[in-house]
Design a binder for this molecule. Structure first.
Ligand code: 5GP
Length: 214
């Protein structure tokens, strides 16, 4: 049988909900995932590496890629551009990999329109207090940036209903297992198995035809 195309997995969630850690674990623990590295115009945080965490770019470079149709989606978030480069995602999906996009809500909706079978997950911290503590505890952002991200979480909480699944990041291991379970189930949808279903339909008819001819 021909190799099936992979699923596009969109993981969104409040900044500080732990999406990054979940994604890292998923990739370490299972071998069917590929993570798309996004492009952004925000400055690197300490320890972030170009090409690993993000492709860091200027506004001009980013806008050129948009103009060349090189982004699957892009969005403005807290004053900066963020986008998903197209080529990597299309290649890995064709290879049968489940490609993870860790992106915010506007981008997720654009992906939904282009890839109706994408699986959209929203990760939440167990409480607003925990979220605030995680953002403050990073120690990499100013109070103003943290407040901006908390306000953004308020806006995003209005849109959670547009996702397919909500995952609460209380216990990391449980959360990773749950996400992998959702992705595994998504592979069992009829839309992901059309070729197999068509083959069975044909085989059934062939058998019945053979019996009639006897
Ligand atoms: P951060 O600055 O904390 O790394 O990311 C800020 C937000 O941008 C997060 O919600 C993250 O998921 C989102 N983001 C990262 N890459 C992309 C992308 O390629 N497209 C979109 N739409 N959002 C992204």
């Amino acid at each position: 049988m021909e190799k099936k195309a992979g699923n596009l997995i969109v993981i969104s969630g409040f900044s500080g909900a732990g999406k990054g850690t979940i994604v890292k674990k998923l990739i370490e623990e299972y071998d069917n995932y590929e993570l798309s590295v996004s492009m952004t115009t925000r400055a690197p945080r300490p320890g972030e590496v170009h090409g690993v965490h993000y492709f860091f770019s200027t506004d001009e470079e980013f806008e050129k890629i948009i103009a060349d149709n090189g982004m699957i989606e892009y969005a403005g978030y807290c004053g900066h551009y963020y986008g998903t480069p197209r080529a990597f995602v299309e290649q890995k999906l064709a290879e049968g990999k489940d490609v993870i996009l860790e992106i915010e809500i506007q981008g997720a909706q654009k992906v939904r329109r282009q890839f109706p079978s994408a699986v959209l997950l929203f990760v939440m911290a167990p409480s607003a207090k925990v979220l605030h503590q995680r953002l403050t505890g990073r120690g990499t952002e100013s109070e103003e940036v943290i407040r901006g991200r908390m306000w953004r979480a308020v806006e995003e909480s209005e849109e959670v209903d547009t996702y397919d699944y909500v995952v609460i990041n209380d216990d990391l291991e449980e959360c990773v297992k749950q996400v992998h379970g959702i992705v595994t189930a998504a592979h069992a949808r009829p839309s992901q198995n059309q070729e197999f279903i068509n083959t069975i339909k044909q085989e059934l008819k062939d058998i019945l035809k053979g019996e009639e001819e006897q």
